[in-house]
Write a protein that binds this ligand. Structure first.
Ligand code: MCF
Ligand code: FE
Length: 404
């Protein structure tokens, strides 16, 4: 058992003062230091400096590690141009992203206080980096392919990647499944994957309604995808639509990324089935997809979390940066209210969506904790200050282990 004694502890509903934390892998007790010393006389005590704050480690629910070599290769500003640039440069980009490149991406997330991430793995090339990383990882094996003729081969490859991830046995590593998107995965493949997801109780995620091209193609096989699919895949019509896609996930809470172009009916279905929307504001802006209607999600009580997406559509993997952009983007939501919600979205609410026992400084939760050096005594607007000022993170604990 160890004891850590900060000046402040950030919890979802209040800021605790003059309380200390007794922990090993999990948080055992939160109480005044003298009480914890009596309860655990043999525990090592770490007394933190003035104006120290303990808050939960951040959770980045959606990141493409294998695309971390991108900086200037992919085209920004328009979704279709971005997609064509991915197709043209994919092999080179993924090839360039060796283990040093991936470790750098994971390190940068850790430096920014991200203690848990959801990796969307397209090829399984990131398995080793994720398996040996310091962080908790939900490892989403991606299924992709819209052509029924290819279904068996694609599914076979998916299963072997899923099996390889299931063979990793380490604390804080969770194999899971990603369906790429409604336009790129054949319903037959989705059904087969969902049988496994349900029987093995795996976490599930998908990109959903990211672009106008996706909206038009799913609605009536029109728009910018028409040319794309007919030229590249000799496919003249969509293989599914948005409502059929959502039906696959009825009664199975799923993390749906983007949803910028989702309509009222789709949002209602998302609310009814308790899905979570993953909001990646920087990615949406860089790929020319506009802004998510966060107020509509709030009005429907839809759980949403903030995430970075990959370096394929971002210049950083930094949740403080992402929250700052969101804070400016959704200017109709009162500032302090939004700041508080953003912080909850990358801690407690992300943990709930991913089914993990973390994201909160609370007895019984895993000891995933950050120590921040606030420069002054905090006030009621702490949530805003946390997002604006990028305070120094002097210590990081994951499952009770000091990582930094
Ligand atoms: O989230 C962004 C934009 N939307 C869709 N896919 C990706 C993103 N970053 C990387 N991808 C990957 C995706 O996982 O791109 C590949 C897939 O494997 C090609 S299909 C767009
Ligand atoms: Fe993505």
């Amino acid at each position: 058992m160890q004891i850590i004694s900060p000046n402040y502890i950030l919890t979802p509903d209040k800021l605790l003062k003059n309380q200390a934390i007794a922990y090993d892998k999990t948080i055992h007790k939160i109480a005044p230091l003298h009480q914890l010393k009596e309860l655990y006389p043999d525990a090592k005590v770490t007394q933190l400096q003035e104006n120290s704050l303990i808050m939960p480690g951040l959770i980045n629910s959606h990141v493409h590690i294998e695309f971390s070599a991108n900086k200037t290769t992919l085209s920004y500003g328009d979704f279709m141009n971005w997609l064509y640039s991915v197709i043209e440069n994919r092999e080179e980009l993924v090839g360039e992203c060796d283990s040093a490149c991936m470790s750098k991406a994971l390190e940068s997330m850790l430096d920014g206080g991200i203690t848990t991430f959801g990796a969307i793995s397209s090829h399984g090339m990131d398995l080793d980096a994720c398996a040996t990383s310091a962080q908790n990882v939900v490892y989403f094996n991606e299924l992709i392919g819209s052509q029924a003729t290819m279904a068996d081969a694609l599914f076979g490859d998916f299963i072997s990647r899923l099996d390889a991830s299931k063979a990793i046995k380490r604390e804080g590593f969770y194999p899971a499944v990603a369906i790429h998107s409604p336009y790129s995965v054949h319903p037959v493949l989705i059904k087969k994957a969902l049988e496994i997801v349900k029987s093995e109780k795996l976490k599930l995620t998908a990109h959903f309604m990211e672009s106008d091209a996706e909206r038009d193609w799913l609605d009536d096989s029109s728009g910018d995808f028409k040319n794309f699919f007919s030229k590249l895949l000799k496919q003249n019509a969509n293989v599914s639509d948005a409502s059929e896609f959502l039906e696959h996930f009825t009664a199975h809470s799923t993390l749906l990324t983007h949803a910028v172009k989702a309509n009222e009916d789709e949002l209602n279905s998302i609310a009814t089935n308790a899905h979570t929307i993953i909001h990646c504001p920087i990615s949406n802006r860089l790929l020319g997809n506009g802004a998510l209607d966060l107020e509509a999600l709030e009005a429907k009580n839809i759980n949403w979390v903030c995430a970075t997406d990959g370096l394929s559509s971002n210049y950083k993997l930094d949740l403080f940066e992402e929250m700052k952009v969101a804070l400016f983007m959704h200017h109709k939501i009162p500032l302090l209210e939004l700041a508080k919600k953003l912080i909850l979205s990358v801690t407690k609410n992300a943990a709930t969506a991913l089914g993990l026992n973390t994201g909160e400084i609370k007895e019984g939760k895993n000891a995933d904790m950050l120590v921040l050096d606030l420069e002054k005594k905090p006030n009621e607007e702490l949530a805003i200050h946390l997002i604006l000022h990028r305070y120094n993170i002097s210590k990081i604990y994951i499952n009770g282990k000091a990582i930094k």
